[in-house]
Design a protein around this ligand. Structure first.
Ligand code: 5GP
Ligand code: ZN
Length: 113
């Protein structure tokens, strides 16, 4: 998607601070962190939101969570972390390329606001 912010990050047209990368997944520091550790994990194909996950592309979502487990080990998040996916307007999604917030290094409240 030519006008997608995170596709532009994947193509290197917008710079980002890489935390992890493999064949399926890219992860980078959020530009506006809400926790001391705030990484955005995205699939390397354009999927607009959770609504668009299907049998053809779900391997990318599985790979996102494999990447989360690897990042948690590499970054020493043994005290715990939270993975957040915002979907749609009321879900708080502002970028139309599915992404997963990996939040850590502070006490995360439950339920969220
Ligand atoms: P959403 O609100 O859609 O769940 O999350 C989008 C996230 O992308 C936000 O946390 C926002 O700070 C982050 N973000 C938006 N634009 C950029 C950018 O250009 N670079 C980086 N690294 N993060 C961005
Ligand atoms: Zn995209």
């Amino acid at each position: 998607m030519s006008d997608c912010l995170f596709c532009k990050i994947l193509k290197g047209e917008i710079s980002s601070a890489k935390v992890y990368e493999d064949e399926y997944v890219y992860a980078f520091n959020d530009i506006s962190p809400v926790a001391p550790f705030h990484v955005i994990v995205i699939p390397k194909i354009h999927i607009g939101s959770t609504d668009e996950i299907n049998g053809e592309n779900s391997v990318y979502i599985a790979k996102v969570f494999e990447a989360v487990a690897k990042i948690a080990k590499t970054e020493g998040l043994e005290k715990g972390y939270r993975v957040v996916n915002n979907c749609g307007e009321e879900g708080g999604q502002t970028v139309g390329h599915i992404h997963f917030h990996l939040l850590a290094r502070r006490n995360l409240q439950w339920p969220p606001g």
